[in-house]
Design a protein around this ligand. Structure first.
Ligand SMILES: [Zn+2]
Length: 153
C-alpha cells in the first residue's frame, strides 16, 4: 500500500491511500476491494470549522470518505457526527483522547478505544465501528489486540 498525505487543515488531515494489488495481497481494509482503489480518510475530527467544509466538498464530488474521529471531540459536535453519518461516510475510531498508544499498557489502550465508541453510541446508537487508527501512526505489536478493533493505518 502506498501512503500519501494529501493535505492538512489544522489537525484535520486527509490521507489518500492507494492500493496496488499484485495477486496475493489482501483486499484493502478501507475499500474492501481486491482491485486498485483509493480510500479518502480524515483524522482528528469532528472539527466545527473544518469538518463542514470537508463534508461540503465530498458532497459536491459525490465522494464517500472515512472519518477517524476523536472521542473527546464528539460531545460538542453531535450534529456534525450525525451529518457525517447521514452523508454516507464511514466513522471509525481514532481513540478517545488522541494519546500515543505505543506508550500505554493494554488496559489503557482498551479504555481509549472503548471510551470513543461509548461517546459515538450516545450520538449514533447501534453504529458499529470497523477500524481504529492509532494517533501519530504509533503502535506496538500488542496495540491492535488491546484495542479490540482492527487497525487501519
Ligand atoms: Zn490524529
Amino acid at each position: 500500500m502506498q501512503y500519501l498525505p494529501l493535505f492538512c487543515l489544522s489537525r484535520q488531515c486527509c490521507y489518500l491511500y492507494i492500493t496496488r494489488h499484485q495477486g496475493r495481497e489482501k483486499p484493502s481494509p478501507l475499500t474492501g476491494s481486491d482491485r486498485p482503489a483509493v480510500a479518502i480518510t480524515f483524522d482528528d475530527g469532528p472539527d466545527p470549522v473544518h469538518t463542514p467544509r470537508v463534508l461540503d466538498i465530498l458532497h459536491r464530488h459525490n465522494a464517500p470518505a472515512t472519518f477517524f474521529l476523536v472521542g473527546e471531540n464528539l460531545p460538542e459536535n453531535r450534529q456534525l457526527v450525525k451529518e457525517i453519518s447521514a452523508g454516507g461516510h464511514e466513522i471509525d475510531n481514532h481513540t478517545y483522547s488522541h494519546r500515543d498508544l505505543s506508550v500505554l499498557d493494554s488496559r489503557q489502550i482498551s479504555r481509549e478505544t472503548e471510551n470513543m465508541q461509548r461517546e459515538l453510541q450516545k450520538i449514533l446508537p447501534g453504529y458499529e465501528i470497523k477500524y481504529f487508527r492509532p494517533p501519530y501512526g504509533r503502535y506496538t505489536p500488542h496495540t491492535e489486540a488491546a484495542a479490540g478493533v482492527d487497525m487501519a493505518l
